[in-house]
Write a protein that binds this ligand. Structure first.
Ligand code: KIV
Ligand code: ZN
Length: 511
C-alpha cells in the first residue's frame, strides 16, 4: 500500500452533469489547465462518446495538458471505448475509464442483463480498452448497493483481463462511512490480486456524506479518490476535492498518506469553476467559502491575533486565499500583462488576440484603477468566446432608470453580420435590457437563474453576472462582467443565447 493518494478530478465529467453546468470546449480547457497547475493526478476530461463536442474537448485537453493523466469515461461497449481511445490518443498519459452497473436493481431494471452477462460485458470492455492503453479503470456503477460476493467476482475478472484501477462508486450516495469502509476493506481482502491494482472510490453527496465516505475508504486502503472542485456533480454533487485534500493533509496522522496537490491553487480553481459554471460557493463552505477563514466573534479574533493556531487548523494562504493581490494598473505595460495572463493559464493564440485583450484591459483600468487576478480572469473569459460562437454581441447600450419613471433600455446589437437597434421598457433596467434583447432574439427560452457577484471588493468592482436559460430541455449558463452591472447582465444574457445558438447534443453516461 502506497502512502500517495491519487487525486482523480471529475469536474469536467461528473461535475458537468449538474443541470446547468455544461461548459464549452474553451471553458473546459481553462479548467483543465488549472487542474494541471494544481497537480491533480488524473483529469477525467469528459465522456468522449456523448457528443462530437465532448470528443473534441477530451482531445483538446489531451493535446495540451501534459502533467496530469487524461481520462475519458466510456460505457462498457465497443463504440464508447473506441471513441475514448481515439480522444485520449494525443495525451502524454491517457486512461480509459469504463463502467457498467452491478447492483441488482440496475442490472435488472436498467440494463435488463443477468449478472453473468454484465460480467462478460465488463471483461470484453477491458479487452477493447487494452487496444489503446494499459491504464484502464473499471467502475462498478452503483457498487454502493451491489452484493459484495458479486463485486468480488466481477472485480477479480476485470483485474485478470487487465484493469489497473478498480473504482467503487456510491452512485446514489446511499452509504455511510463505517459501512463503506467495511466494503472497501472486504474487497481488498477478498479479491485475488487486489494488491496489483489501485483501489478507488467515487462518492455522491445525497446524504451529505461524500467526503466522509471517501475519507473512511482511504482509511480502509483506497488510494484514489474521485472528486470535483467545489463538490460539483450530479444531484447533490460529488466529494469535494478541496475538502478531501485538506483533510488528508491536515490529519496526516490519521490518514497516513498525502497527495501531490499544490494546495495554493485550490481557491483559484474554486473561483474559476464557480465563475464558469455559474454555481456560487456558499460563504460557509469549508476551505473555499468566503467566510472559511474569517473570525467574527471577538473571543476568536483575540485568540487568533495572539496565536493563530488557537482557532485555525489550516492557513488561509496555504489554500490560495490572499493571492488576490493587486497585480496590474493603468500604467502596466503589455509585457507585464502578457506574463500575468500566461501565469493565469490563458491561451494567447496570436499577437492580434493579445492586442485585443490588452486594449480591453486598458479600458478597464481607466474605469477601475486596481486590477486583480479575478478581473483578468473575467477578461480572459470574455476573450475566450470565439467569433463564430458569438452570434449576438453587445455594441452599445443606454439605460434609463429614474424615480417615478419606467425603466428602459436601448441597445445596439450585432446579430450575425447585421447591426440592429433594440428597445424595451421593464420593471427595472435589467429586465428592460433582457426584454430589448428578446425583441430581436425571440429565443423562447425560460430564465432559470440570474445572479450577480462582485468579482473583487470595493464599489468600483466589476460585477460578474450569470444568466441560466433553458429551452427544450437544454440548459446553458451565460456569463458577463463589467463595472456596470446592467451591461454585465446584458452581456451574460447574450452569452447564454450564443451558447444555445451553437448546437450540441449530448448523452448522460448514466442513461
Ligand atoms: O456515479 C457513478 O457511478 C459514476 C460512474 C460513471 C463512475 O459517475
Ligand atoms: Zn458519479
Amino acid at each position: 500500500m502506497t502512502d500517495q493518494l491519487i487525486v482523480f478530478d471529475t469536474t469536467l465529467r461528473d461535475g458537468e452533469q449538474s443541470p446547468g453546468a455544461s461548459m464549452t470546449r474553451d471553458e473546459k480547457l481553462r479548467i483543465a489547465r488549472q487542474l494541471e497547475r494544481m497537480k491533480v493526478n488524473v483529469i477525467e476530461a469528459g465522456f468522449a462518446a456523448a457528443s462530437n463536442g465532448d470528443f473534441e474537448s477530451v482531445r483538446a485537453i489531451a493535446e495540451v495538458v501534459k502533467d496530469s493523466t487524461i481520462c475519458s469515461l466510456a460505457r462498457a461497449n465497443e463504440n464508447d471505448i473506441r471513441r475514448s481511445g481515439e480522444a485520449i490518443k494525443p495525451a502524454a498519459s491517457g486512461r480509459i475509464h469504463t463502467f457498467i452497473a452491478t447492483s441488482p436493481i440496475h442490472m435488472e431494471k436498467k440494463l435488463r442483463m443477468s449478472p453473468d452477462q454484465v460480467l462478460e460485458q465488463a471483461v470484453k470492455a477491458i479487452g477493447w480498452a487494452r487496444e489503446y492503453t494499459d491504464d484502464i479503470e473499471f467502475s462498478a456503477e452503483d457498487a454502493g448497493r451491489s452484493e459484495i460476493d458479486y463485486l468480488c467476482r466481477i472485480f477479480e475478472a476485470v483485474i485478470k483481463a487487465g484493469a489497473t484501477t478498480i473504482n467503487v462508486p456510491d452512485t446514489v450516495g446511499y452509504n455511510v462511512p463505517e459501512q463503506f469502509a467495511a466494503t472497501i476493506r472486504t474487497l481488498i481482502e477478498r479479491v485475488p490480486n487486489s494488491d496489483k491494482v489501485v483501489w478507488s472510490v467515487h462518492c455522491h453527496n445525497d446524504l451529505g456524506l461524500a467526503v466522509a465516505n471517501s475519507l473512511a475508504a482511504v482509511r480502509a486502503g483506497a488510494r484514489q479518490v474521485e472528486c470535483t472542485v467545489n463538490g460539483l456533480g450530479e444531484r447533490a454533487g460529488n466529494a469535494s476535492l478541496e475538502e478531501v485534500v485538506m483533510a488528508v493533509r491536515t490529519r496526516r496522522d490519521i490518514y497516513q498518506c498525502d497527495t501531490r496537490i499544490d494546495t495554493t491553487q485550490i481557491v483559484p480553481a474554486s473561483k474559476l469553476v464557480s465563475g464558469i459554471t455559474g454555481f456560487p460557493v456558499q460563504p460557509n463552505k469549508a476551505i473555499v467559502g468566503a467566510n472559511a477563514f474569517s473570525h467574527e466573534s471577538g473571543i476568536h479574533q483575540d485568540g487568533v491575533l495572539k496565536h493563530r493556531e488557537t482557532y485555525e487548523i489550516m492557513r488561509a494562504e496555504d489554500v490560495g486565499w490572499g493571492a488576490n493581490k493587486l497585480v496590474l494598473g493603468k500604467h502596466s505595460g503589455r509585457n507585464a500583462f502578457r506574463s500575468r495572463l500566461i501565469e493565469l493559464g490563458a491561451a494567447i493564440e496570436s499577437e492580434e488576440h493579445l492586442n485585443h485583450a490588452f486594449a480591453r484591459f486598458k479600458e478597464l483600468a481607466d474605469k477601475k484603477h486596481e486590477i486583480f487576478d479575478e478581473d483578468l480572469q473575467a477578461l480572459i473569459s470574455d476573450e475566450a468566446v470565439t467569433p463564430e460562437l458569438e452570434h449576438y454581441r453587445l455594441v452599445a447600450s443606454c439605460f434609463h432608470s429614474e424615480t417615478g419613471e419606467t425603466p428602459a433600455a436601448r441597445l445596439t446589437l450585432n446579430v450575425g453580420e447585421k447591426e440592429i437597434q433594440a428597445e424595451a421598457e421593464g420593471s427595472g433596467p435589467v429586465d428592460a435590457a433582457f426584454k430589448a434583447i428578446e425583441t430581436v432574439a425571440r429565443s423562447g427560452t425560460e430564465l432559470l437563474l440570474y445572479s450577480v457577484n462582485a468579482i473583487t471588493t470595493g464599489t468600483d468592482a466589476q460585477g460578474e453576472v450569470t444568466v441560466r436559460l433553458s429551452r427544450d430541455g437544454k440548459v446553458v449558463n451565460g456569463q458577463g462582467a463589467d463595472t456596470d452591472i446592467i451591461v454585465a447582465s446584458a452581456k451574460a444574457y447574450l452569452n447564454a443565447l450564443n451558447k444555445l445558438h451553437g448546437k450540441f447534443e449530448k448523452l448522460n453516461p448514466q442513461i
